[in-house]
Design a protein around this ligand. Structure first.
Ligand SMILES: [Zn+2]
Length: 290
């Protein structure tokens, strides 16, 4: 990605005490900006796309927030060598995504998750499914009938990938990733939400990755309806040290009440330079700042 806007680069390394089972290192390798800001005082600033994790490759859980422009894609790599990919970004980020997977030594994807079937999340799914053996695929269960969704469903079928609908009653909502690491699928649940501002966004797969005392929250493009009608009443703990900011920093993805429940120490926004949506919105940045 060409960095042409105002931006801030942060490099941060964190090492947890030896009492934790794994060591985490966070490396913010790029930053995001927003166009149309006239002064430094109200300039949105947000760290995103981020590669997080030790690069030593030894006994370390690594979580990467991949720089694919306007969209989402995160790669989880466990010490035992499991690879989990959450979303794949849009076509404009294809080269960056496939190059990053190669760079990280990915040879197979044990789990691929499409949080919801919008192009900025599933735009490169057919290419990923074609390039790597996939152990299991997780889908929200929302059917849009869009060409993008039809393309990835066809690719999954051709490769005979195990297909799981997270919202199906009785679906297993926990994945043991080994090394004491678990992935819990918090949402969506049946019946799917309908007649919301955006049903695809509001039925996003929301997942919590837990390793010892450290938790990572992945939220897709969850909006207010999914938070308030489903996530809060479920009673599930959504406390997390690392928060992938919902819906690219949109004002309908994050507010003060949500931040009080999550209480993150680090937040990552994934959005494109001078994107058409004005992401990240100032209200989101204010809630994160608080
Ligand atoms: Zn999106």
């Amino acid at each position: 990605m060409k960095l042409t806007g105002r931006y801030r680069v942060r490099v941060r390394h964190e090492r947890r005490p030896a009492t934790l089972p794994l060591v985490f290192a966070l490396i913010c390798c790029a930053a995001v900006f927003s166009a149309g800001c006239q002064s430094d005082d109200n300039r949105p600033q947000a760290a995103a796309p981020i590669a997080a994790g030790s690069l030593s490759g030894q006994n370390v859980l690594s979580v990467s927030y991949i720089d694919i422009g306007q969209g989402d894609s995160q790669l989880i790599q466990t010490p035992s060598g499991k690879n989990i990919l959450i979303d794949t970004g849009a076509a404009e980020g294809r080269k960056a995504l496939l190059g990053y997977l190669e760079q990280r030594g990915v040879r197979q994807l044990d789990l691929v998750i499409a949080t919801h079937p919008h192009l900025d999340h599933v735009g490169n799914l057919p290419q990923v499914i074609d390039a790597y053996p996939v152990g299991e695929f997780l889908d929200s269960g929302l059917v849009t009938g869009s060409p993008a969704q039809e393309r990835y469903l066809r690719a999954l079928k051709e490769k005979r990938v195990k297909f799981t609908i997270v919202s199906r009653r009785g679906a297993d909502t926990t994945r043991d990733l080994g090394d004491g690491i678990t992935l819990t699928l918090l949402q969506p649940r049946a019946p799917l939400l309908s007649d919301t501002d955006s049903d695809p966004n509001n039925n996003s797969i929301v997942a919590l990755l837990t390793s010892g005392k450290v938790r990572f929250l992945f939220t897709g493009d969850m909006e207010e309806d999914e938070r308030e009608q489903r996530l809060y009443p479920s009673g599930d703990s959504i406390r997390a040290e690392i928060y992938k900011v919902a819906h690219h920093g949109s004002r309908n993805g994050t507010d003060d009440a949500f931040m009080e429940r999550v209480q993150p120490q680090e937040a990552i926004i994934s959005c494109g330079v001078r994107n058409d949506y004005g992401h990240p919105h100032p209200e989101t940045l204010a809630a994160l700042e608080k």
